[in-house]
Design a protein around this ligand. Structure first.
Ligand code: PEP
Length: 253
């Protein structure tokens, strides 16, 4: 049974003490979840150690970085390497978020390099993909998103691609309060799974968790997560409010 995942993306929000408080408020709810449930907190780099410590020993709770360098090490001022993350036992990393693609010029090719480094280190990439509004309006979203997968992931072998978590995040739904309908989400998720199945076979495709991201809230999570091919969510704004994120975790199927 593939994993059902609630992943929080704090982005560049919260002070250190606000982050501590938010984690305490969520963790005190003690939501154990089912064996196939995972909860991931993608926190800013300076908070990783604190978040690791707070979630230490809680089964199925993990900490993620929000980005990593595509270079292994060296003279790259301001960058954080995969090896550095691994050395503090951070085992998950978001890559390819649309904000990084848009504001930091991340290309599918660079993301392929990041995927390779993360997998080599035994870490789990949370690979974001998704189309802008213009592509959705032109009706070419399927080709657009499939191409993101092909260019960044399809060089991997079957064993490795199974280790990747995919997050489909239509850009027009991120931080806009505009959520994809359950039909739009399910349609894209099923399509992406079929693209993976065409390349790697149905067994591999069925093992990969595909999260939905884009204005997931407590009041729409259950409906979205109930879709057959939606395996939870990557959550921005609502992950900053303890009561909201707790309900989102509880909405996992
Ligand atoms: C995100 O940034 O990954 C995201 C989905 O944000 P929001 O939930 O705020 O739309």
């Amino acid at each position: 049974m593939r994993k059902q995942i609630a992943a929080a993306n704090w982005k560049m929000n919260l002070t250190y003490s606000e982050g501590q408080q938010l984690l305490s408020d969520i963790l005190k709810e003690n939501i154990g979840g089912k064996e196939n449930h995972e909860v991931i907190f993608a926190v800013p780099f300076p908070y990783l150690a604190m978040a690791k410590e707070k979630t230490n020993g809680i089964q199925n709770y993990h900490i993620a970085a929000q980005n990593c360098s595509h270079k292994k090490s060296g003279a790259y001022t301001g960058e954080v390497s995969v090896g550095m993350l691994k050395s503090i036992d951070v085992n998950y990393c978001i890559i390819g978020h649309s904000e990084r693609r848009e504001y930091f010029n991340e290309t599918n090719e660079v993301l392929a390099e990041k995927v390779n480094l993360l997998l080599e280190a035994g870490m789990t990439p949370i690979f974001c993909c998704g189309e802008p509004l213009s592509i959705r309006e032109a009706g070419t979203q399927n080709e657009f998103v499939a191409n993101q997968l092909k260019e960044s992931l399809f060089h991997l072998n079957a064993d490795d691609i199974k280790k990747v978590i995919i997050a489909y995040e239509p850009i027009w739904a991120i931080g806009t309060g505009k959520t994809a309908t359950t039909e739009q989400a399910q349609e894209m998720h099923a399509y992406l799974r079929s693209v993976i199945a065409a390349q790697y076979g149905a067994d591999v495709a069925n093992e990969i968790s595909i999260l939905y991201g884009g204005s997931v809230k407590a009041n729409n999570a259950k409906e979205l997560f109930a879709c057959a091919d939606v395996d939870g969510g990557l959550v921005g704004g609502a992950s900053l409010i303890a009561t909201e994120f707790v309900e989102i975790i509880k909405a996992l199927k």
